[in-house]
Design a protein around this ligand. Structure first.
Ligand code: HEM
Length: 232
């Protein structure tokens, strides 16, 4: 996938983000629904991208719809997010409503899918810009691929922790691209910070992009340099 997608970068169309979007969606679906039947997965994918375009009401739990089938055909023993949400009880023993379950699923899919596709797209762009780095990342990945009998054995958690160069490239891409530029918090009480009063009820907006590109924290901040995360 890496080489195929990289060749698309030199080509104006299609955008790698279009390719990576459905890929990250599959990962999201796997963690939420487990090993879902391919037919339902395709239908959910169609529905999700309609929702993603227009923020429509997906998933609609009407009998006969794909979402309803995905919900009703589950075995309670499964250990994925949907099973967790369906089995969840509050302190009074109440289960979540179907709308609450749907909201949570949309929330996680939305939070996971586009962010991951965006950062993967930026990683590909930076690797494309730094061919020597690309070679080193490929060598790191290929060593694992080979030791897993050319992909016949699954990736282990320990292996995902061992790819030090790849990890630094991910961190530096996240810093440089700052794909989520900000978040906000509401002050629940009056707060004094560096001589400023933030009154209760006011919103504070930390700008990640400014922090990530501030030379006080990151020397030569506009330079793509994964080695700055050497000790991370
Ligand atoms: C590179 C990828 C990602 C980036 C940059 C990113 C970034 C963020 C940021 C900045 C927030 C808001 C934090 C805050 O204001 O407190 C957030 C929240 C959240 N993200 Fe991500 N995220 C990424 C991937 C994911 C993935 C893969 C998932 C799920 C599998 C996910 C699930 C969530 C959820 C559920 C929240 C809300 C948490 C809460 O409100 O307690 N994110 N993410």
């Amino acid at each position: 996938m890496l080489s195929g997608t990289l060749s698309l970068i030199s080509n104006p169309l299609p955008s790698p983000h279009w390719i990576l979007g459905p890929f990250t969606f599959d990962v999201g679906i796997l963690s939420i629904f487990g090993d879902l039947d391919a037919k339902y997965k395709e239908e959910l994918k169609k529905n999700y991208f309609i929702m993603d375009k227009g923020y429509n009401s997906f998933p609609t739990n009407i009998p006969g719809t794909t979402y309803n089938k995905a919900l009703t055909e589950r075995s309670p023993g499964k250990r994925d997010l949907l099973a967790y949400l369906m089995n969840f009880k509050d302190e009074n023993g109440n289960h979540l409503t179907e709308n609450q379950i749907a909201d949570n699923i949309i929330g996680v899919l939305f939070a996971a899918q586009d962010t991951t596709a965006s950062v993967l797209t930026w990683i590909l762009k930076y690797l494309h810009d730094y061919p020597k780095l690309l070679e080193s990342v490929k060598a790191e990945q290929m060593a694992i691929y080979e030791s897993n009998e050319r992909g016949n054995r699954p990736l282990t958690w320990a292996q995902t922790r061992s790819v030090r160069l790849t990890h630094k490239v991910i961190l530096e891409s996240l810093r440089m691209a700052s794909i989520i530029s900000f978040t906000f918090r509401e002050a629940v009480a009056d707060v004094e910070y560096k001589g400023y009063l933030i009154p209760r009820g006011w919103k504070v907006m930390p700008l990640f992009r400014n922090i990530h590109h501030n030379p006080e924290f990151f020397e030569d901040p506009h330079k793509f340099d994964p080695s700055r995360f050497e000790n991370s």
